[in-house]
Unconditional design. Structure first.
Length: 314
């Protein structure tokens, strides 16, 4: 069954009955859709007069390969689709990664998920792309098969920031360390989350700093606990904001949440969806002895954020 997302089609590989004609395909996991991923997709998009397609996975392969690892996603499927659509991708085809897929030989993987699904003109992959049983599939194997089945293959070289290869693993590490600026540079955009504002304990409002509370899924990668300068988008309007990530240790039994104080904003947005873009870490999370100390710190955090904003750092 094909789902139409505006001008971009989204389909599961298992639902393709007839070959997708005249397809150029960028193949990879693409979690984060960082600058390295974008280079792969842009090279695919340069192929003229073809159906611009991304072949990716519905779930992260690491969920199956390393069951106990608990992979943290940099982007949700919705975010990935939004970014790819904005890049001009015409179709996303999802493979549901299972034990069966994991144990499929590389040759059979190419036949089952590429040759049987697409009238291939070109496949574009990253330099370190591996697939099939024991990771024996590669861009080189795709190239060998291309000679036999008459499609082109382009293997895209690594993209670096300084001496470091841009990768999802490096971005996760940067986020875990609170280095949001490094993560954003590698992503080529601000790391962001989208969620619906939920009811909290209204403690922020009592302190004079009402916050929008967001609950995030456990499998989504979040920045290190702390306070960040952010930009919050509410119904297409942008506002600077201060966002706390963590459990707010000043209060007992406070759940892990994102709490955003939107500067110069006073509207009721409960049950509304907002987008929070992380720009810069202001400080680590801290436990305060009393509410007056916490209120003073929030006031200082807000002034610090306003200095960054007035200096046009963002």
């Amino acid at each position: 069954m094909i789902c139409l997302n505006m001008d971009m089609e989204i389909i599961k590989a298992c639902d393709i009955d007839n070959k997708i004609e005249n397809a150029s395909v960028a193949f990879g996991v693409f979690d984060g859709v960082h600058l390295g991923h974008k280079k792969i997709i842009e090279r695919m998009m340069d192929t003229q007069n073809t159906k611009k397609t991304v072949l990716t996975f519905y779930n992260h392969p690491e969920d199956i390969i390393n069951k106990n690892k608990g992979i943290k996603y940099i982007t949700t499927r919705r975010q990935k689709e939004e970014i790819l659509k904005n890049m001009g991708v015409e179709m996303i085809v999802y493979i549901h990664f299972t034990q069966e897929v994991k144990n499929t030989t590389a040759d059979d993987f190419i036949k089952k998920y590429m040759l049987d699904k697409f009238d291939l003109k070109k496949v574009t992959v990253g330099f370190n792309n591996r697939f099939g049983k024991d990771g024996k599939g590669s861009g080189q194997l795709l190239g060998q098969m291309g000679l036999a089945y008459d499609y082109d293959v382009e293997i895209v070289d690594k993209v670096c920031m300084g001496n470091e290869i841009i990768s999802s693993t490096t971005i996760r590490k940067a986020l875990a360390e609170g280095d949001i600026e490094k993560a954003n540079t590698m992503l080529g955009r601000a790391f962001y989350v989208i969620s619906t504002v939920i009811n909290g304990k209204r403690l922020g409002r009592k302190l004079g700093f009402p916050t929008a509370n967001l609950r995030m899924p456990d499998d989504l990668m979040m920045p290190q606990n702390g306070v960040y300068l952010t930009k919050t988008i509410v119904q297409d309007s942008e506002y600077y904001s201060i966002t706390n990530v963590g459990q707010n240790p000043t209060f007992k039994n406070h759940p892990y949440r994102i709490e955003t104080f939107i500067i110069d904003f006073d509207e009721n947005i409960y049950d509304k969806e907002i987008k929070v873009c992380f720009l810069k870490k202001i400080r680590d999370e801290k436990k305060f002895e009393n509410l007056d100390e916490l209120k003073k710190q929030i006031y200082n955090d807000t002034n610090c954020a306003k200095k960054f904003i007035s200096a046009k750092m963002f």
